[in-house]
Design a protein. Structure first.
Ligand code: PRP
Ligand code: ZN
Length: 292
């Protein structure tokens, strides 16, 4: 396949931050082999006409909306904050990484009793749009102080009373003697595109490969032995499996072997439940590729 003949597409990815490694890894799992330019700002696709642009996450919605990039991988928090109604931008699918939340956080000792506690206070944030909409939905009037970074030190500097910032592990809050008071937005990484689901070409192929990667990551192949009498209960306990294969066991009339693809993660709790229902010899295997 010649790479030069086709139009090259661009995917915008966060340059350095919580989404970078997972985003690049996802592109690799979708089959992309790339070399990173010397300036570290572009990953040139060697086996597909796909280049990855490494940019500030806050710029990703605009780059995609303006058509400079065909697709973007960005947190839903940034998407919501930076996307206006005129932009014709939509998440194509949520991805399985980048989970974090946008929360109100207050200095230790502050008695938070719901949104009303914020009335008349100064709230520092980098998310004035999401915060403003939330305050409005709560019917609370407060003074939103927009800062582009270092939001967590604003209360100590006397620039704000409380903050509204992203929390992932919570260590930034802890280090700044702040306490999470209320979650106002739950976020995950998402694939975004202009006008929603891409219809054709490499953007569509990438979206469909990503969907396949996501379902495989969750999928497991499970094998077990089950008493015939417990078969109905065991099938009920298998998470997200359609029709399992049931096979006789040599020399045993009371037991069968069950093989199934589970489209959800199989947790220890599930296995414990299966065991309690009479299953034995359980094996859970990862699925490498799947094409439905
Ligand atoms: C957010 C936020 C905090 C940190 C919280 O910044 O502003 O600094 O993450 O994470 P933690 O709970 O794990 O300590 P982010 O890394 O998203 O940077 P950005 O907003 O400048 O892109
Ligand atoms: Zn950012």
């Amino acid at each position: 396949m010649t790479v030069q003949a086709e139009r090259r597409i661009k995917v915008a990815v966060q340059k350095s931050g919580r989404l970078t490694d997972n985003s690049l890894h996802l592109m690799e799992t979708c089959g992309l082999i790339y070399s990173r330019g010397r300036d570290q700002l572009i990953c040139f696709g060697e086996n597909m006409p796909v280049d990855v642009l490494l940019v500030r996450d806050d710029d990703i919605p605009e780059l995609v909306a303006e058509g400079i990039c065909d697709l973007g991988i960005v947190g839903m928090n940034v998407f919501r904050e930076k996307t206006s109604d005129e932009m014709d931008l939509a998440p194509v699918m949520e991805l399985d990484f980048g989970r974090c939340r946008l929360s109100i956080a207050v200095p230790r000792g502050f008695e938070y009793r719901g949104a009303q506690s914020l009335a008349g206070l100064r709230i520092a944030t980098s998310y004035p749009r999401i915060l403003g909409q939330w305050l409005e939905s709560q019917g609370v009037q407060a003074d939103v102080v927009t800062l582009s970074g270092a939001v967590e030190i604003a209360p100590r500097l006397g620039r704000a009373d409380v903050i509204c910032d992203l929390v992932s592990t919570g260590s930034t809050l802890l280090a700044n003697e702040l306490e999470e008071a209320e979650v106002i937005f739950d976020s995950k990484a998402a694939l975004i595109s202009r006008g929603g689901e891409p219809a054709e070409g490499w953007p569509a192929r990438l979206a469909s490969r990503m969907r396949g990667v996501l379902s495989v990551r969750e999928s497991k192949y499970i094998m077990l032995h089950a008493p015939r009498a417990a078969l109905a209960e065991i099938r009920r306990l298998l998470p997200g499996s359609e029709s399992p294969t049931v096979m006789p066991l040599e020399g045993r009339d009371d037991k069968v072997a069950v093989h199934a693809v589970c489209r959800e993660n199989v947790f220890w709790e599930t296995l414990e439940g299966l065991k309690a229902a009479g299953a034995s010899s359980m094996l859970v295997l990862p699925v490498e590729k799947m094409l439905a």
